[in-house]
Design a protein around this ligand. Structure first.
Ligand SMILES: *Cc1c(COP(=O)(O)O)cnc(C)c1O
Length: 355
């Protein structure tokens, strides 16, 4: 696909936020990328325009049947002032797998990365440079056809917005409290669990609210059939260090194939630590804790990179993991991945891409 991306500069750029007060996803940059799709024409008119609300017909399909997908990745300022993306090629592939699952027309993977780069370049002054900060990239696609029947839409908008985000952990890594959800489920075999689609997240809110009300940071999801096998933690992948081996749920259709998950697995293999991508039960985890073999639990995802778990509750059992301290492996993975992202450590896997 060969496209020219037209650029209309924002005549009223905003003041940049103070990096010390940045949190997640509340401030947006001066521009956005938009491209339209219409059946018979294909994807067309890629453009970078001033960030602004978009007009939608109230009958737009996305508003009724949730034909929507999204992605999330980050770009970082390196110490020499350069700007790097983390594994955008993997992100482009995952996006098309989600599109396919939701019957949204695919987008050329190279062009997708080009569009991200072009937008970040226009708003490059927005990439924050304080330690731990980054520019979050949110590509998404919505079905825009005004039509109330249930079928794939004939028109879509692909949009990319950018948001400068603060350090996830203001005072270093902090352990979280996780509630094992045995009432609601996130995904069942054959559902959209492996796709990044908005509908999955709407369906998860009830459980999140319940966990928050009980004083927990997040939920640990169990499998949809038996409420037995460990799947994910909130919107991140879950890892358990048991007897020197690292266990994580396999990519078997119900969990999201995280790019951070993949990076964690590759690093563990580099370090000679055995990784087991296989099904295991929450009971296995609690038994390992009783036997003193459960040494660390952590979650992985783009937003926090690595998030250590200090406490788990399942039904009426509570366990404290690693004395509620940051595990050595969690810390090493966090330092290594963020070190590669910020250019402080050598990028031996060629994960970063210069703008
Ligand atoms: C996005 C996401 C992840 C993490 O994926 P990354 O590519 O590592 O950010 C994990 N689980 C769910 C449900 C997600 O939506």
């Amino acid at each position: 696909m060969k496209y020219e991306i037209s650029i209309t500069k924002n005549p009223n750029p905003k003041a940049k936020p103070d990096p010390a007060t940045l949190d997640f996803g509340t401030v947006f940059t001066d521009h956005m990328f938009i491209m339209d799709y219409d059946t018979g024409i294909g994807w067309h008119d890629p453009r970078i325009v001033p960030y602004a609300p978009i007009a939608l017909d109230p009958a737009a399909a996305v508003l009724h049947y949730a034909q929507e997908m999204f992605e999330g990745l980050k770009t970082y300022m390196t110490e020499d002032g350069g700007i790097r993306l983390f594994r955008p090629d993997m992100n482009a592939k995952r996006k098309n797998r989600t599109n396919d699952r939701l019957c949204i027309p695919l987008i050329d993977e190279d062009f997708y990365v080009e569009a991200i780069k072009a937008l970040v370049e226009v708003d490059q002054d927005w990439v924050p440079n304080a330690p731990g900060t980054s520019l979050y990239i949110r590509p998404f696609i919505i079905a825009t056809e005004a039509f109330l029947g249930v079928r794939p839409a004939n028109s879509y908008k692909f949009i990319i917005i950018l948001s400068p985000v603060g350090a996830y952990y203001k005072g270093g890594l902090a352990p979280t409290k996780i509630f094992v959800e045995d009432e609601y489920i996130r995904a069942a075999q054959g559902s959209t669990g492996a796709a990044k689609v908005g509908g999955n997240y709407a369906a998860s809110l009830k459980s999140q609210v319940k966990a928050h009300e009980m004083g927990f940071t997040q939920v640990l999801w169990l499998d949809g059939n038996e409420r037995k096998y460990v799947e994910e933690i909130g919107t991140s992948n879950a890892f358990f260090v048991i007897g020197g081996e690292v266990f994580t749920a396999p990519l078997a259709g119900t969990i999201l194939p995280g790019i951070t998950r993949d990076s964690v697995i590759q690093l563990l293999k580099d370090w000679g630590i055995p990784v087991r991508e296989e099904r295991f039960t929450v009971e296995d985890v609690f038994r390992a804790q009783e036997d003193g073999r459960l040494t660390e639990v952590f979650a992985s995802g783009t937003a926090a990179v690595i998030s250590p778990v200090g406490e788990l509750r399942w039904k009426d059992q509570d366990v404290i993991i690693g004395e509620n301290q940051i595990g050595a492996l969690s810390q090493k993975l966090y330092d290594t991945i963020t070190g590669i992202q910020s250019g402080k450590l050598p990028d031996t896997h060629n994960w970063t891409v210069k703008l």
